[in-house]
Design a protein around this ligand. Structure first.
Ligand SMILES: [Zn+2]
Ligand SMILES: [Zn+2]
Length: 433
């Protein structure tokens, strides 16, 4: 289930609010009803979509507050203006709302819009803000459709990143409906608390990005996941839309619960960043899905880069080395009597341990066994010999694998991509160019 899709009006390009109503969804223009009917489309199809805080319009929205449908009547004019029942609000405006500070909210917003106190606009704004603050229902919902600039994630940040997300899961704020069930949230948090944390280094991330689009279907089994549960992060977002910053997998009934996340970079005024990190952290879920054992997923799936990363680890192209964590992090865990966080840096395996296959000289003809590029070999079933005299056969699933020497260019269905060569002797913790 995709949680990241923003819906906007095709006519005016304003991001719309959504409220489920039975089997359908009611879309509205932000703040006031528009002068035209809403024309909801995926915002990805439009350019220059306006998606800002409904109260101040000065910053990206973080939280959704729900109220009854607010209408304001102007007695003199005898007219009633209909507003909205959903309010997408930025981090700063949310602080006023949480503090029940209606006058503070109005003063802040009017100053941004240069509306003078005692003007008609100011009076309407104040009435509207009181309506939102008095009329809001108990809890706010995290917006997962805001397109944040991504964070640059390093291995040392992972324990904190994980802990902020599990705190959000256990906290009072609502998450989007498909991820909001209390039991489900608690189970996910409990699994993530104990899950190993993986940070994929830049070189391996480049490889994943180069090959994930063409990755053939792989079968999700206990064998390809690197551990029963885990949280994988890449230093920068990966995938077709370069949106996926992290992915987690945790055990569930007959398979796994997979969650994809976008990251939140330093997008706000400096004074608000501690609040944002405290309330939300670094990760915002953008995809949630239960995957049964035996499901097949290819690289074009929203979580394709996770599957590709698993496959490349699985075919032993990569190794996981423990990260050295700052003393402050390990001490903080000791103080709260938690086991030390397990952070592993995943990087392409250094050569040397196993003899490399002989390379042919440039210009000489290559045999079938020595391809001149790397490519995916699809997953397939093979009959494996076993039993007395290896006379019996049983089917074995072979997962897709990337074939060819690692110095060779990668030739996929349409393009050839050449990756930069690996640096040597770097401290793995700082290998995040
Ligand atoms: Zn419109
Ligand atoms: Zn605002």
């Amino acid at each position: 289930m995709n949680l990241a899709t923003l819906t906007a009006c095709a006519t005016c390009r304003l991001a719309l609010t959504e409220r489920p109503d039975g089997d359908s969804i009611v879309y509205r223009h932000p703040v006031t009803e528009g002068r035209h009917d809403v024309a909801p489309v995926d915002a990805g199809q439009l350019s220059r979509v306006f998606n800002r805080c409904h109260t101040c319009t000065g910053a990206p929205p973080v939280w959704n507050y729900r109220t009854g449908l607010i209408q304001i009547g102007a007695l003199a004019a005898g007219a009633v203006e209909t507003y909205n029942d959903q309010w997408h609000v930025c981090c700063r405006c949310a602080q006023f709302i949480e503090a029940d500070d209606s006058d503070g909210l109005t003063a802040h917003c009017a100053a941004l819009m240069r509306w003078l106190p005692h003007s008609d606009e100011y009076t309407i704004l104040r009435t509207l803000h009181r309506g939102i603050i008095i009329g809001r229902d108990g809890s706010r919902t995290l917006l997962t459709t805001t397109d944040w600039p991504p964070a640059r994630i390093t291995a040392e940040m992972l324990p904190k990143i994980r802990d902020r997300f599990t705190r959000l899961l256990r906290g009072p704020a609502n998450l989007p409906e498909p991820l909001n069930d209390l039991g489900q949230r608690r189970t996910l948090a409990n699994h993530l608390d104990l899950a190993p944390l993986y940070w994929i280094n830049q070189e391996f991330t480049d490889l994943v990005n180069a090959v994930t689009d063409d990755q053939p279907s792989a079968t999700v089994t206990d064998d390809i996941a690197s551990a029963p549960a885990g949280l994988i992060t890449w230093p920068e977002p990966v995938g077709r839309s370069r949106q996926l910053a992290a992915a987690s997998w945790t055990p569930h009934a007959d398979g796994w619960h997979l969650v994809g996340y976008r990251s939140v970079g330093s997008a706000l005024d400096d004074d608000l960043m501690p609040t944002l990190r405290h309330e939300i952290g670094w990760l915002v879920p953008i995809h949630t899905q239960y995957v049964a054992r035996g499901t097949t997923l290819d690289g074009r799936h929203p979580l394709g880069p996770l599957i590709t990363t698993w496959l490349l680890i699985n075919q032993q192209m990569a190794e996981a080395v423990p990260a050295r964590l700052p003393k402050g992090t390990t001490r903080a865990y000791e103080r709260s009597q938690r086991p030390a966080p397990e952070v592993r840096i995943v990087r392409i395996k250094p050569q040397g341990a196993d003899p490399r296959p002989e390379r042919t000289e440039p210009g000489s003809p290559r045999s079938r066994a020595t391809p001149d590029h790397r490519f995916w070999v699809s997953g397939h079933e093979r009959q494996q010999a076993y039993g007395p005299g290896r006379s019996l056969r049983r089917p074995v699933d072979i997962q897709p694998f990337l074939k060819g020497d690692e110095d060779l260019p990668i030739k996929l269905s349409t393009t050839v991509r050449v990756l930069g060569s690996r640096g040597t002797g770097k401290n793995p913790n700082t290998d995040n160019r």
